[in-house]
Ligand binder design. Structure first.
Ligand code: ADP
Length: 623
């Protein structure tokens, strides 16, 4: 038995310069004695307690080291041999302090080991190591400073609840309008007295308090759209406040990162303003808006759109929405939207709806919109505007009916007049008197012009009321061009008309109406070019389409007139065209006829040099 109370042992322990601890191994591992040197060692690294039972002083060692210590003690007691162990006391102020613990068993004959003597030694850090550590430290500090300085953001570190600025990079200094000297080592409130004024200004009195609270609640803080007005900067910022902890897990500092988001905020404000203006414009024009979510297949209507459709709900399924469209128009509405989706462009379509599913109660609507795609290029929703055009449409229908009726009424006396003129021509041909024959020829030309114009109006009214029907047959387009060119040659002896290109192109189309188109284009080519100039008509094939072009050497068309050429009643206003008769419906009718044949019509021109008008038609084998 060892007598721990023996004065000899006590004196030995007390006078030993190396720190010594005596452990009792059983029943549990406890410290039964230690000397002053040990006490001093503990105090030097910031520890307060000596350890008695390693389980009740858990913060002395890390879990892994605790396990190691227990294992070492076991080995020493079982093998009755010395063992050493290196540990790092975790409450140490210095991260590089290490202790070497040497355990020696107190041997008492053959009895199991009851006590261990543990002497502790601080491991000296060799000089190279120290240099290396210092180098590493300065390197990482330089890296940190570099990152800090070069960051395109304002950054600073505030220490303690007094918010003393420890670091601040150039960006944040610029933002504060301060020099480094004015802020480093000084509390925020002292260094930046304007804060108080500014906070009152932006109603963020609580901000400093909230930042200080981070030391208590240890939670990061983000302040969005923080408005700052300093003599040097004025704008919106987003500020992140990140708590920084020491190795005892206490928040000692706050890392502040501030990013200028003035542009984004202003953009957002502009956007809101634009949205507002758009809303005013839409309200003023009584336009509604809608949105189709292609994934959920739900249609969402604005209040006005809901009124237009006279619905009780502003949300409905896509199939329900389709059922409101009149049966005549559902086809061209869906195919128009599908085409726009495919080509990724906008659509603008007129259609009728049956109110409450009753076809007798109808409205005419015009809708314009476009699809929006996700990153993978998939259409996710379609959005647009809708306008009730019933009144306008009814006016148009009345006007078309009127034009149709007047044109029709005008044609009857004109036909009689033509017949009388022909009779007179016939009569005078039997005499030798040339004068009346010449006059009658001129009357005939004018009658034909008048008749053509009236036909034009009749066609417009028929087209617009949808009463024009195509009478399709298969025929050789080149033959038709040649026949018309020949006839035109007789009517227009003033120009050279030439047909070039292919000999046979079979199309399935309305021969009479395509004839009207060719006639119109040749007529215009002659109307807008000088006497004796050339008109070349060509027929070619391109990707399953017949392409017909009518080229002249005339006055040409200015670039800014080009987009509206095919509009109804559009005429180029210039001194050259002033004296040329016309109503601006010819090209409009041509475009309508060609589009109904699933073809296209377009023009190219150089002002002062001539124009070429083209149209395409699908050929028979492309149908
Ligand atoms: P218009 O009855 O006025 O000829 P169109 O619809 O046929 O009506 O043509 C519209 C306008 O396009 C014309 O007023 C004219 O200014 C211009 N235009 C048409 N064809 C030609 C051409 N071949 N050369 C120059 N200008 C043309």
């Amino acid at each position: 038995m060892i007598d721990l109370a023996s004065p000899f042992l006590k004196a030995l322990l007390k006078h030993s310069k190396s720190p010594i601890v005596i452990f009792k191994v059983k029943p549990i591992l406890v410290v039964v004695e230690h000397n002053d040197a040990y006490q001093a060692l503990i105090a030097r690294v910031g520890g307060k307690l000596k350890f008695y039972d390693i389980d009740i002083i858990p913060n002395l060692l890390s879990d892994a080291e605790k396990k190691n210590l227990v294992k070492t003690v076991q080995t020493v007691s079982e093998l009755k041999a010395k063992r050493t162990l290196v540990i790092h006391p975790i409450y140490s102020n210095s991260p590089n302090v290490k202790w070497e613990l040497e355990f020696s068993p107190v041997l008492q004959n053959d009895r199991p080991v009851e006590y261990l003597i543990c002497s502790l030694r601080e491991i000296p850090i060799d000089e190279n190591d120290l240099e290396h550590i210092l180098f590493e430290l300065s390197e990482s500090e330089a890296r940190f400073r570099g990152f800090f300085e070069q960051a395109p953001l304002g950054m600073c570190v505030l220490k303690g609840p007094e918010l003393i600025t420890e670091y601040a990079n150039d960006n944040i200094l610029k933002l504060w309008g301060k020099s480094r000297k004015e802020v480093i080592g000084i509390s925020q409130e002292e260094a930046r007295p304007e804060l108080e004024k500014q906070q009152a200004l932006v109603k963020q009195q609580a901000l400093v308090k909230r930042v200080k609270d981070i030391f208590k609640n240890e939670q990061p803080l983000t302040i969005n759209e923080l408005k700052l007005s300093t003599p040097v900067s004025d704008g919106y910022f987003i500020a992140f406040y990140e708590p920084l902890k020491n190795d005892k897990n206490e928040v000692t500092r706050i890392l502040v990162i501030i990013k200028d988001i003035t542009e984004q905020v202003n953009f957002k404000k502009e956007l809101l303003k634009a949205k507002d203006i758009l809303k005013i414009a839409m309200d003023a024009s009584e336009m509604g808006s809608w949105n189709i979510d292609l994934e959920s297949k739900q249609v969402l209507l604005s209040e006005r759109a809901q009124q237009i459709y006279e619905l009780e709900n502003n949300r409905l399924g896509i199939e329900e929405a389709k059922s409101l469209i009149s049966s005549e128009d559902i086809g061209h509405l869906t195919s128009g939207i599908r085409r726009a989706l495919h080509h990724r462009n906008a659509f603008n379509i007129e259609y009728q709806i049956n109110l409450n599913g009753i076809s007798a109660k109808r409205k005419w609507l015009r809708t314009a919109g476009k699809a929006y795609y996700n990153e993978e290029g998939k259409a996710v929703y379609i959005a647009g505007a809708v306008l009730d055009i019933t009144e306008h449409k009814q006016d148009e229908i009345r006007k078309n009916d009127f034009i149709g009726m007047v044109s029709h009424e005008l044609k009857t006396p004109l036909t009689s007049l033509s017949a009388y003129v022909q009779l007179l021509q016939y009569k005078f041909k039997e005499t030798d008197n040339d004068f009346p024959i010449q006059i009658l020829d001129k009357i005939n030309v004018q009658l034909k012009r008048m008749s053509l114009m009236i036909d034009g109006f009749l066609n417009v009214s028929l087209l617009e009321s949808g009463k024009i029907l195509l009478n399709r047959t298969n025929f050789n387009l080149v033959d038709l061009i040649k026949t018309i060119a020949e006839e035109s040659g007789m009517v227009l002896p003033s120009h050279f008309i030439q047909v070039i290109g292919l000999e046979e192109v079979i199309v399935n189309a309305d021969m009479e109406k395509i004839g009207n188109v060719i006639n119109n284009l040749i007529g215009n080519a002659a109307k807008y070019s000088k006497k004796d100039s050339l008109i070349a008509i060509k027929c070619e094939m391109q990707k399953g389409y017949a392409i017909v072009s009518v080229e002249d050497e005339g006055i040409g068309i200015r670039e800014n007139d080009m987009p509206r050429l095919f509009d109804r009643f559009y005429r180029v206003e210039s001194p050259d065209t002033k004296t040329i008769a016309g109503f601006g419906v010819g090209l409009y009718i041509c475009a309508e006829i060609i589009e109904r044949h699933q073809g296209k019509i377009w023009a190219k021109s150089k002002f002062g040099e001539g124009s070429t008008f083209y149209f395409s038609l699908p050929t028979s084998n492309n149908q």
